[in-house]
Design a protein around this ligand. Structure first.
Ligand code: HEM
Length: 226
């Protein structure tokens, strides 16, 4: 069984994600997973076996903090080196409209394997726009509440108390989002090509035309802005 779609070089390909986007995306994936696993050791009781993998409770706590610092660095790298990309991303999210709502309503049927005709999508489809709002919001809340808990003496006691439930709720919500997102961005039939966009930077032109026709036309088609 083939899990990912085949990466084809013998067909026309177009750029989907630049180097900085890919570096920060995968940097976040690694640091997120490390924070999640080591965080679960601090959050749950009876996971000695998981703690043992990370060298015990103390070193799990240390790996958690080091990963959090790298996660923060990736956010800073993204802001400094791809500010234009972030602006374009936010502009696309703010274009959320009727077509995105229809996409989200029809998506469960497509997910279950039914043949569904989707309305034309921009660079990110309705579900990806939702993910683009929810996941980064959770990550920012995780980072901010994390530093507040790490350095409690530097913040008002009320804020430190609030940071604990905020960190836990953002962790649960983002874990749920990342599980769904990880599957949809890799093994889900039909969306496997998007994995190559995030891994190698390009996707098949015919895939882009089919899944994101508005973005394709504006970026590579006749309507391309000069
Ligand atoms: C678990 C493994 C992961 C896989 C396989 C994966 C895969 C992907 C792919 C293929 C895309 C591009 C989709 C497109 O072409 O439009 C993407 C975008 C994105 N990823 Fe991931 N990702 C993973 C983990 C993460 C994590 C941990 C985060 C955040 C902490 C994250 C946040 C995002 C965001 C915000 C986008 C843009 C919106 C979207 O396309 O949904 N991803 N990811």
């Amino acid at each position: 069984m083939q899990l990912l779609t085949e990466y084809r070089e013998d067909v026309e390909r177009v750029e989907r994600f630049n180097f900085v986007s890919r570096l920060t995306h995968w940097g976040h994936t690694v640091t997120f997973l490390l924070c999640l696993l080591t965080g679960l050791i601090l959050f749950l009781d009876g996971v000695d076996w998981l703690a043992a993998i990370f060298g015990g409770y103390n070193s799990a706590g240390l790996i958690h903090r080091i990963s959090a610092v790298f996660m923060t660095l990736f956010i800073i790298i993204f802001i400094i080196f791809d500010f234009k990309g972030i602006k374009a991303w936010i502009k696309d999210i703010l274009s959320f409209g009727k077509n995105d709502i229809i996409f989200i309503l029809k998506f469960p049927l497509e997910f279950l394997g039914f043949e569904v005709k989707m309305p034309p999508q921009t660079r990110f489809n309705g579900g990806e726009k939702g993910n683009s709002i929810l996941t980064p919001t959770c990550v920012i809340l995780l980072v901010l509440s994390g530093y507040i808990m790490w350095f409690p003496a530097a913040f008002p006691p009320g804020l430190v108390r609030v940071a604990y439930p905020v960190h836990d709720i953002a962790m649960i919500l983002s874990t749920f989002m990342v599980c769904m997102h990880g599957y949809l961005g890799s093994f889900h039939p039909g969306s496997g090509e998007s994995f190559w966009g995030m891994w190698k930077g390009t996707v098949r032109a015919d895939w882009a035309k089919h899944h994101h026709p508005i973005w394709y036309e504006e970026t590579y088609g006749e309507k391309k802005a000069e």
